[in-house]
Design a protein around this ligand. Structure first.
Ligand code: SF4
Length: 384
């Protein structure tokens, strides 16, 4: 007979923080306890960030023991915090308790009175986007709902920040770990836990056919009313499918006309504006035709367009910045103030397109968009 090691047994245990209140109630009753204990446990984990059996101080010690025997409670181990010297941004490195060799990163961006946690949904990613440091890691693991939520609770605890917003824009493609992402949204917005308003959460995808429409259907279900107003962002980066394919390989099978149809459906079902993320690649997606197509896209549906400066992946400019002639090692300031970026934004505004320039929070600690790759921090202060 196959012998399980202790570690394997441990891995097989259910993660306590992944259970919704009804499921937790069933588990508590099964352990011979009163239902109301489930609410105490749920709120300790999801509202107070308790991640150990000892921390469940409101419940009797006999129940604590039963729970710690049956469930996995502590899901992530903090390894390091990197603090930006340029922006109010911190990056957190965690390992997964169930797979200690697997690491993930989470970012906290504090600006304009908001504390936004950017969570990872996968360790690594296999989509292979040309501009993304996570792609270079390949795929390592899908995160569980509890591991996604724990990033928010641990960042809150480690930084002392009151989390106001969550964006699913860290490592991984959320729609390739769909069920865990959906459940994590239900957990984060549950009124007995953190109770984060759905409209303060954004899920960002490169776009997969049938996933956007499924997401629209799922968040519109009456039982999922807490996540009905969750926002959707499409990593667009080019309105030309050929160019987009060279940047995002999965777009050869998920072509823009099909993605646009699903976005229309999403808007019809939820009434929520779409956000388009548009990393500026000079000479590649800032030509007059790009501007015309972006302008007409912006009239298709109520939307926001976020233009993001391209952040070179540490030590590599991937040729994507070559048209700027910035030399081999341009500094951040040069990258962010280049005239082609300003011209792109001005041309879009001339066409009455509502466009925001997203700044590069945490670029010095490789915490900005597309830079999460578990290494290569510069200028960082380590707190762990
Ligand atoms: Fe994956 Fe997103 Fe990076 Fe593309 S941009 S490789 S989908 S993490």
């Amino acid at each position: 007979m196959h012998q399980h090691t202790d570690t394997q047994k441990k891995h097989a245990r259910t993660q306590l923080s992944g259970l919704l209140p009804g499921e937790l109630e069933e588990a508590v009753v099964r352990l011979g306890e009163k239902r109301y204990r489930a609410v105490q446990i749920f709120s300790a984990i999801h509202s107070k960030g308790v991640d150990s059996a000892e921390g469940l101080s409101q419940i009797p010690s006999a129940l604590r023991q039963l729970i710690s025997g049956e469930f996995e409670i502590s899901l992530l181990r903090p390894v390091r915090t990197s603090v930006s010297e340029l922006h109010d941004t911190q990056k957190f490195l965690f390992t997964l308790t169930r797979l200690p060799e697997v690491k993930i990163e989470t970012v906290l961006i504090s600006e304009k009175g908001r504390n936004t946690v950017c969570v990872s949904t996968q360790a690594g990613c296999n989509v292979g986007c040309e501009f993304c440091a996570t792609a270079k890691l390949g795929f390592r693991a899908n995160l569980t709902p509890g591991e996604i939520c724990s990033q928010v609770y641990l960042v809150k605890k480690l930084s002392g920040a009151d989390v106001t917003n969550v964006v699913y824009m860290g490592m991984g493609e959320p729609f390739l770990n769909y069920d865990s992402v959906l459940r994590s949204l239900l957990l984060l917005t549950n009124e007995k836990g953190l109770s984060l308003p759905g409209r303060r959460i954004t899920v960002s995808t490169v776009g997969f056919r049938q996933k956007i429409s499924k997401f629209a259907d799922d968040i519109s279900l009456p039982e999922n009313s807490s996540i009905r107003k969750v926002k959707l962002a499409l990593s667009l980066h080019s309105t030309d499918n050929g160019i987009r394919e060279s940047l995002i390989p999965s777009s050869s099978k998920n072509r823009l006309p099909d993605i646009y149809k699903e976005l229309v459906y999403f808007y019809r079902m939820t009434g929520t504006k779409i956000t388009y993320e548009y990393i500026h690649f000079p000479g590649i997606n800032d030509n007059p035709d790009d501007i015309k197509r972006l302008a007409s896209l912006s009239r298709m549906l109520p939307c926001n367009i976020n233009v993001i400066p391209f952040h070179p992946i540490s030590g590599e400019l991937n040729g994507l910045l070559a048209p700027l002639n910035l030399g081999p090692d341009p500094d951040t300031k040069k990258l962010l103030s280049n005239h082609r970026l300003n011209d792109l934004i001005a041309s879009l505004r001339d066409q009455k397109v509502v466009v925001n320039l997203r700044n590069s929070s945490g670029v010095d600690i490789n915490a900005a968009c597309g830079q999460l790759a578990l290494a290569g921090e510069k200028h960082l202060s380590e707190t762990h």
